[in-house]
Design a protein around this ligand. Structure first.
Ligand SMILES: Nc1ncnc2c1ncn2[C@@H]1O[C@H](COP(=O)(O)OP(=O)(O)OP(=O)(O)O)[C@@H](O)[C@H]1O
Ligand SMILES: [Mg+2]
Length: 147
């Protein structure tokens, strides 16, 4: 399913609508170039889950954990995973007790779950984005409702 956003607020709004449907255990993968808007989508989802803290890029920490109203939110950014040479147990965050958002998911393809929502963001202009949302069967209803 494809969406066009013309500014940051529209991207956050789309993410917010998606976030309202998410619950613990759900996984959303984000792809797209540096600066495409993946972290801004995370902000919108966090808002929907009732996260009070500001969600910003976790690039230097790999994982950030937030408390929402009814669920935790795990925000993973795997962009620098390889350079870090550490042993994060990423499976602690995926399909567990929180909503899990993963930027740059294909760094760790082997730990990705079978069911997920995938959001790809394409930069189409200074403030415009083409946002494609796909999913596996578990999430068909959630994604279908975004229209
Ligand atoms: N329509 C839009 N939607 C989202 N972000 C936009 C839009 N138009 C402009 N921007 C800008 O694009 C940038 C998106 O940054 P963001 O950190 O969300 O990207 P990212 O995909 O997470 O990048 P990275 O891969 O570096 O983590 C911000 O500077 C934001 O202001
Ligand atoms: Mg980011």
């Amino acid at each position: 399913m494809e969406f066009i956003t013309n500014n940051i607020d529209e991207t956050i709004e789309l993410a917010y609508k998606l976030g309202l449907k998410l619950k613990a255990g759900d996984v959303v993968l984000f792809t797209g170039d540096l600066g495409a808007g993946k972290t801004h989508m995370a902000k919108g989802i966090g808002k929907a889950l009732g996260v009070k803290k500001i969600i910003n890029s976790p690039t230097f920490t790999i994982v950030k954990e937030y408390q929402g109203e009814n669920t935790k939110l795990y925000h993973l950014d795997l962009y620098r995973l390889e350079g870090l040479n550490n042993d994060y147990d990423l499976e602690e965050y995926i399909e567990t007790d929180g909503v899990c958002l993963i930027e740059w998911p294909y760094q760790v393809e082997e730990i990705l779950p079978k069911e997920f929502i995938k959001v790809n963001i394409e930069i189409t202009g200074e403030t415009s984005r083409k946002i494609n949302i796909e999913c596996t069967p578990k999430y068909k209803e959630i994604v279908g409702d975004l229209r």
